[in-house]
Every structure is written in C-alpha cells, then in structure tokens.
Design a protein around this ligand. Structure first.
Ligand code: NDP
Length: 283
C-alpha cells in the first residue's frame, strides 16, 4: 500500500506560511502584494480557476483585481489592459487565464507582460532563467510537484526520474526542476518508443499527459513514487488523473490522489511567486 501525498494539507501549510510572511512584509514595508487576473470569454472551467485564485489571494492577505472581459475583446484592448497593469504599482503579478478565444494571440500577451510581474513564469526571459537554474519565479505546477516531494521527505538526488509529457507549462519545466535537484531525468512524449519500459525504470514518475487513467500498474516499478499531474473530467463529471490509481497504488511507495494531490499546489505556488515579486519590487 502506498502512502498518499496529501496535496490539500501540504498546500494549506504553505499558504499559512505565505500568510505569515505577507503580514510581516506588509508591516515592514507598507506594501501589500497584489495580483491581477485577466479572463477573456465565458469558459466555465477558467471562471472556476479565476474564482479560486481570488479566494487564495484573500486567504493569504493579498490585494487582488480581476478583469472579466467579453469574448469579443480585441487584441488591442487586451494589450492596453496589460500595459496599464504593468505600470500599476499596486500590482506585482499579472496572470492572463489561458486558453484565450481563438482570435487572440496568446504569445503576444505572454510577451507583453512585464517579466518582473510574470508570476506564471511563461515569459521567455523567465523560462530561460528556469533553464539556467537562477530564477525567482517558480513554474507553478512543477514547483508544486517539487514542494510535494520535499515536504513528504522524498529525496530526488541521484534518483531516476521519468517525466511523461513535454508541454511548456508542465513537462519541460518539471524536467528542469528535477534536474536542478540532481535527478537523472528522462522526458517521454507521444513519440516515445516503449513507454511502459521507460516508466518502469523510474524511481520517481511524474505524469502530465491529459489522458484519463493512462498509466497502469504494469508500467510502474515496485516502490516507485508516482506523481499524477493530470486532471481529466470523466463522462459522469468526476475528476480523474492520468494514472490508473486502482492498479498503480498497490505498487507505489508514494502516490498523489486526483483530486487533492498536485491540483491544490499550483495556486499556492502562484501566491508564492506574487509574494516574491512584491519583495523584489522593494529591493
Ligand atoms: P498538453 O496537452 O500541453 O501536453 C501533453 C503532453 O503529453 C504532450 O507533451 C504529449 O506529447 C504527451 N502525450 C500525450 N499523449 C501521450 C501518450 N499517449 N504517451 C506519451 N505522451 C503523451 O498538456 P499539459 O501539459 O498542459 O497538461 C497535462 C495534464 O496535466 C492535463 O491533464 C492537464 O489538465 C493537467 N494539468 C494540471 C495542472 C494542475 O494544476 N494540477 C496544471 C496544468 C495541467 P507530444 O508533445 O508528443 O504531443
């Protein structure tokens, strides 16, 4: 039986730490960390994320602004809002909820956000810093995974780590963070030959592919640590991961559940980045 890594609990502990640090920072500097969240259109899933981010800001004592723009917003209007927020001293983090409606250019928005306020760490300057290993903004979901490992007492140093998925927001930065922690890292993707064999070699297996219950027990080594980043909605509306929990859990030493594993950590890391940005602004 695997030990469950409780992301909800670990996330709550870190948020309490951020809250205490924020109180202290506000007392010392008079500056309250501020986050602006932009959402364009009416995607219900995105609306839930935005509400959760606002709630998290309230919880840790941040100032927050949300901009809910209509689906027909033009690129010029969106750019103008980003420019305004870049100049606003009360705002230390700007986040534009993706995906954007098809007529808008996501890359243009990412490039326009001041890298010093890019708390999602999507700007190429911040991506480059993560690659070099000298960075202040954490890539939120991968950093959440690293915090789960660290707070569960799981050593990465010298371990064989396999990341399944190579997206810019999860797989690639995840591989970098594991590498910086001295793991020996393999990245797998849809063209990988013998995926099961690659996965079976992993001491630490991180899965981020977006396919429900894809990784099964026969693809996992006995005693492996299994981190499931996937969030998939089943036909019955229930949330499920990329890992088939029923067959993998008996083989793993540690495993994250879905929901309640990696999910709660992402927003917590966003709060951490916003606090870091506020601190950088008074340096
Ligand atoms: P993307 O769709 O951007 O990337 C998926 C990756 O998985 C690609 O690199 C793709 O390979 C790879 N892949 C797809 N099918 C297979 C396969 N059969 N075998 C091996 N590799 C495969 O997804 P994201 O990285 O954005 O997200 C991944 C999952 O994580 C999703 O379920 C998403 O909802 C979840 N997520 C959860 C977050 C959280 O807060 N918990 C935050 C962000 C994402 P290729 O490059 O070759 O196409």
């Amino acid at each position: 039986m695997a030990t469950l890594i409780n992301g909800k609990e670990i996330s709550a502990t870190i948020r309490n730490e951020i809250k205490a640090e924020t109180e202290d920072f506000v007392k010392k500097t008079g500056v309250r960390p501020g986050l602006a969240v932009i959402i364009v259109g009416e995607d219900p899933a995105s609306q839930v994320y935005v509400r959760n981010k606002k709630r998290a800001c309230d919880e840790v004592g941040f100032y927050s602004e949300s901009y809910e723009l209509p689906a027909e917003t033009t690129q010029e209007e969106l750019n103008a809002l980003v420019d305004k927020l870049n100049k606003n001293d009360k705002i230390h983090g700007i986040l534009c909820q993706l995906p954007l409606p098809k007529h808008l250019n996501e890359n243009e928005v990412i490039m326009r956000i001041n890298p010093a306020k890019d708390v999602d760490a999507f700007h190429p300057q911040n991506v480059g810093n993560i690659m070099i290993g000298d960075y202040s903004f954490l890539p939120c979901t991968p950093a959440g995974v690293m915090a789960l490992l660290e707070r569960s007492g799981i050593e990465v140093n010298g371990k064989k780590c396999v990341v399944v998925g190579r997206s810019n927001i999860v797989g690639k930065p995840q591989a970098m963070l594991l590498l910086h922690a001295n793991g020996t890292v393999t990245i797998c993707h849809s063209r990988t030959k013998n995926l099961a064999e690659e996965c079976r070699a992993a001491d630490i297996l991180v899965v981020a592919i977006g396919k429900a219950d894809f990784i099964t027990g026969d693809m996992v080594k006995d005693g492996a640590v299994v981190i499931d980043v996937g969030m998939n909605r089943r036909a019955d509306g229930k949330l499920t991961g990329d890992v088939d929990f029923a067959s993998v859990e008996p083989k793993a030493s540690y495993i994250t559940p879905v929901p309640g594993g990696v999910g709660p950590m992402t927003i917590t890391m966003l709060m951490q980045n916003t606090l870091t940005s506020a601190k950088n602004s008074v340096k």
